[in-house]
Design a protein around this ligand. Sequence first.
Ligand SMILES: CC(C)(COP(=O)(O)OP(=O)(O)OC[C@H]1O[C@@H](n2cnc3c(N)ncnc32)[C@H](O)[C@@H]1OP(=O)(O)O)[C@@H](O)C(=O)NCCC(=O)NCCS
Length: 212
Amino acid sequence: MGPLVNRRRHVVYRFDGPTPEPLPLSGQRRSLVLDPDVVRHYFGGSPDDRSRLRVSLRLLARGCIGTLIVDGDEWASVGWISHPGSMAPPHLTRQIIGRSVLWSFAAHTRPAFRRQGLLKATFRMRIALARQAVDDPNAVIHNDVSINNTKSRRAQLGAGLVPAGQLRWLRIRVPGVSLWTWGVWDVDAEHPPLAEPERDAGPGRAPVLTYR
Ligand SMILES: CC(C)(COP(=O)(O)OP(=O)(O)OC[C@H]1O[C@@H](n2cnc3c(N)ncnc32)[C@H](O)[C@@H]1OP(=O)(O)O)[C@@H](O)C(=O)NCCC(=O)NCCS
């Protein structure tokens, strides 16, 4: 098989406002900070979560901070934020990650829990935890989203982030040999207009987490 080329364009968002208050959660919902025990408890039971379990443990080992909202014994919404030196998110290059102290990534709300403000709630947790971790109450946080992911783009705006340019990146994988990633962040590029929201009919696309 020849090389596999993956060319993508993402829009970037920035959060530089004051650290917001945590959002109240209803019913049996509660928020947790991910550690290996929490990861194994919530992602260890279902075969659907097998790759999430494996990748989450690696992200913790790299020093990333993960936040989770659970409803009783089920997980509902998860998200991660990088820590300086964590070399994450895994799809970005060192040069891009090095231009921001904190990068929020891999947010996912399970379909049954969407449009209930859970992304907003976990993002607020991550802002507070990450700023504490770097000891800077004003640390800027970035995030990138595939240009066609209308739901997530709306969700970022709903969570209080603002547009901060575009990323163009290219990955070339030669099976069994190597993976090469190249990316450019144009901080001045405008975001294309958002398409009308579609109905939330399906499970959406889970972020694919891979490692170089
Ligand atoms: C994107 C995603 C994380 C949003 O999670 P969520 O918990 O539903 O988000 P919230 O409920 O906090 O929504 C915040 C805002 O997003 C927008 N939004 C969320 N879902 C939407 C949808 N289906 N259609 C249109 N707008 C939507 C709304 O503006 C909402 O604000 P509002 O409640 O004030 O109207 C979720 O849809 C998901 O997991 N998608 C698949 C994985 C993915 O794309 N992850 C993002 C990778 S960067």
